[in-house]
Design a protein around this ligand. Structure first.
Ligand code: NAP
Length: 302
């Protein structure tokens, strides 16, 4: 299907994903809460800067959402629903709770349109390079219709089950991401305390069994005390709260997630919620009496 496609949410992920849709010839219109971002992308690509989400829905058959959190998705779905028509597809690439995906899908389907939860993984680098993976929940037939649009933004598309299954899979992903971030930052803090040459530590460890994406992508900046996003602590904390709720629903708990959220709470209280999750290194360095100077920032600082 060569569908007219609109994109909502031109943040750290969405801007690059929309650019990849444009490169594949799919992008017709964009809308962003902060209008200047949509206007800039429209000027760059020649697509339409929609007046509002309803205007976007009128112009496009497929709508891709990539916004921050559950309430943002549900607010947008409530705004869009009256404008939706049969045959349209909403692809939600935001990371939200499985229950939120099911609620959004129910509203979308009440208008005869279709919904897939298709959260993504691969970071801002993956969004730029079109090398994200996506885990999809919803009707397989809807996925087949939407596949060309998803394929323009991702390199791997995996159907996980009914609506919500994509988000549940993303929760599994986010626990692993938390554990890896905690392990890498703690290990490098020990390396720093032991006086090791950290760039060479990263080089050699990357080539062995402990090598991983986070170490490769964030290690080199972390050891320079640089934590620009990336993936905001506040967003990963939101994801980990979803993981805790899912674990409670399943009758279990997640001690690793609890510990990482304690660290994130301290970092957010100190004004670092908009830094990349590699800023966990701040907490781990402090364990060795070797803190990174704390320049406290306003959570709302640009
Ligand atoms: P971001 O840079 O903070 O961008 C968030 C986007 O959502 C912005 O365009 C923002 O608009 C928009 N938005 C927020 N609330 C909204 C609302 N109520 N109504 C309309 N638009 C709203 O976040 P991001 O890093 O791109 O992440 C977006 C989603 O992808 C999140 O669910 C995140 O968990 C997930 N994700 C992120 C990464 C990553 O590495 N960053 C990786 C995978 C998945 P404004 O421009 O007006 O603020």
């Amino acid at each position: 299907m060569s569908a007219t496609t609109g994109f909502i949410g031109l943040g750290a992920m969405g801007l690059s994903m929309a650019r990849n849709l444009h490169r594949a010839g799919h992008l017709n219109a964009v809308w962003n809460r902060t209008a200047s971002k949509a206007q800039t992308l429209a000027a760059e690509t020649g697509c339409i800067s929609a007046a509002d989400p309803v205007d976007l829905a009128r112009r496009c058959e497929v709508l891709v959402l990539c916004v921050s959190a559950d309430d943002d998705v549900l607010d947008l779905i409530a705004t869009l629903t009256p404008a939706l028509r049969p045959g349209q597809i909403i692809l939600d690439c935001s990371t939200v709770a499985p229950a939120t995906a099911r609620k959004a899908a129910e509203q979308v389907r009440s208008c005869g349109a279709d919904f897939l939860d298709c959260p993504v993984s691969g970071g801002v680098e993956g969004a730029r390079q079109g090398s994200l993976v996506t885990m999809v929940g919803g009707e397989p037939a809807t996925l087949e219709r939407a596949r060309p649009v998803l394929a323009a933004m991702t390199r791997q598309i995996t159907w996980m089950g009914p609506v919500g299954a994509g988000q549940a899979t993303k929760a599994v992903n986010q626990i692993m991401a938390a554990g890896i971030a905690a392990a890498v930052t703690e290990a490098l803090a020990l390396g720093a305390a032991a006086g090791l040459p950290l760039a060479r530590v990263i080089e050699v460890v990357s080539g062995g069994a402990a090598g991983n994406w986070f170490l490769n992508q964030r290690g080199p900046t972390m050891i320079q005390d640089r934590f620009e996003t990336g993936f905001k602590i506040a967003l990963h904390d939101k994801d980990l709260a979803i993981c805790q709720q899912l674990a409670a629903d399943c009758g279990g708990d997640l001690p690793l997630v609890d510990a990482v959220r304690d660290d994130y709470a301290a970092l957010m209280a100190a004004g670092f919620g908009d830094e990349d999750i590699s800023a966990l290194y701040r907490r781990k360095r402090a364990l060795f009496g070797n803190p990174i100077p704390l320049v406290v920032k306003s959570p709302h600082a640009e």
